[in-house]
Design a protein around this ligand. Structure first.
Ligand SMILES: [Zn+2]
Length: 294
C-alpha cells in the first residue's frame, strides 16, 4: 500500500503532496524540505551519468521515483509491499499530471498556488485502486509489463487474462495480436515474451497436469499451428501470431515465451531464431537446455 505520494519540480519545489495512509512513518519533515532533498539526490544521480534515480530504501521504507523532464514523482511505501505497483503508479500519475495540468505547468512562474493541483487527489486514489486491482487478480502482470505502457492496455490484458488461457488457442491468438499492436515497438517483444510465458505455463498446467516433455509441448503447440521439433529447434510452418505482419525485429516473442512457460523448467530457455515477419521462411525457436548448472 502506497502511503504517501509527491509531485515535485526538479528544481526542488513541491507541487503536490498527499498522505494516503497515516502511520508512524508518515513524513514529519516539511514537504518542501523533502522536495529539496529529492531534487539534490536526483541531480546527484544524473551527475553520475548512469540513468535516473529509481528508488531509495531507508530501513523498511521505500521511495519509488519517476524522473522525467522537469518533474519528479515519488511514491512512498513499506518495503513489504509490492514495489511493482508503485513503479506503475508513479509512471502513470506522472503522465496524467502532465496531461491534466499542461497549461498550468507551462505558465508556472514561481508563484506557488498548490491549490490548483488539489483535484488531482481523486486521480491518485483512482489509479492506485486500479493498479491494486490488477495486482490482486494477476500477481505477475505488472512485473512483466514496463511501466511506460498505458494503464488501459494493462487493464484490458488483466480482464482477458483468463480468456487467454481458458479459450486457448483461438482467443489466445486473437487477443495477443490485438495487444501486440497497442505496445510500443521497443517493448513489444519483451512484453509479449513475458506474457507468453505466463500463458504457456497456465495452459500446460491446465491441459497436461504433469511434467511437460518435448512431446507434450509439441502437442500444445500443434493446437496453434503445424509445427515440428528437430535438433532443439521448433519450427512453426504457419505462424498465426505474425501472419500478415512485416517487422524489422523478430516478432513472435509470445511464442518463445509460451514454449518456455510450457516447460516451466528453470534450466530451459527459449529464443526466437528466425521469423516470418522479418522475411524468413518460417518462425523458428531454439530450445536451450542448461545441463549441470553450477
Ligand atoms: Zn511468427
Amino acid at each position: 500500500m502506497i502511503d504517501e505520494f509527491f509531485i515535485l519540480r526538479r528544481d526542488g519545489l513541491s507541487l503536490f503532496h498527499m498522505t494516503l495512509e497515516e502511520n508512524s512513518f508518515t513524513i514529519q519533515i516539511p514537504t518542501d524540505l523533502f522536495a529539496g532533498f529529492s531534487s539534490a539526490i536526483v541531480a546527484f544521480a544524473s551527475e553520475l551519468g548512469s540513468g535516473h534515480l529509481s528508488k531509495i530504501e531507508i530501513e523498511d521504507q521505500i521511495y519509488v521515483y519517476k524522473v522525467m523532464k522537469d518533474l519528479i514523482t515519488v511514491a512512498k511505501m513499506s518495503s513489504d509491499d509490492d514495489e511493482t505497483i508503485a513503479e506503475h503508479v508513479v509512471s502513470i500519475l506522472h503522465r496524467e499530471f502532465v496531461k491534466d495540468y499542461k497549461e498550468e505547468l507551462r505558465g508556472y512562474d514561481g508563484t506557488v498556488r498548490r491549490d490548483i493541483f488539489f483535484p488531482f487527489t481523486n486521480k491518485v486514489h483512482e489509479i492506485i485502486a486500479k493498479c491494486e486491482k490488477i495486482a490482486e487478480k494477476n500477481p505477475n502482470l505488472l512485473a512483466n509489463i514496463p511501466p511506460s505502457i498505458e494503464l488501459e492496455v494493462i487493464e484490458k490484458l488483466s480482464d482477458f487474462s483468463e480468456e487467454l488461457v481458458n479459450n486457448f488457442p483461438d482467443a489466445t491468438i486473437k487477443l495477443t495480436r490485438e495487444f501486440q499492436q497497442k505496445l510500443p515497438d521497443d517493448f513489444m517483444n519483451y512484453t509479449m515474451f513475458k506474457l507468453g510465458k505466463e500463458v504457456g505455463k497456465d495452459v500446460a498446467q491446465k491441459k497436461i497436469k504433469k511434467n511437460v516433455n518435448d512431446k507434450a509441448m509439441l502437442k500444445l503447440l500443434r493446437e496453434i499451428s503445424v509445427c515440428s521439433l528437430d535438433n532443439n529447434i521448433v519450427t512453426l510452418k504457419i505462424c498465426p501470431f505474425c501472419r500478415g505482419r512485416k517487422t524489422k525485429e523478430y516478432d513472435c516473442g509470445f511464442v518463445a515465451g509460451f514454449i518456455e512457460g510450457a516447460y516451466n523448467d528453470p534450466t530451459i530457455e527459449v529464443r526466437e531464431v528466425s521469423c516470418h515477419a522479418v522475411g524468413n521462411k518460417y518462425c523458428e525457436f531454439e530450445i536451450f537446455k542448461k545441463l549441470n548448472e553450477e
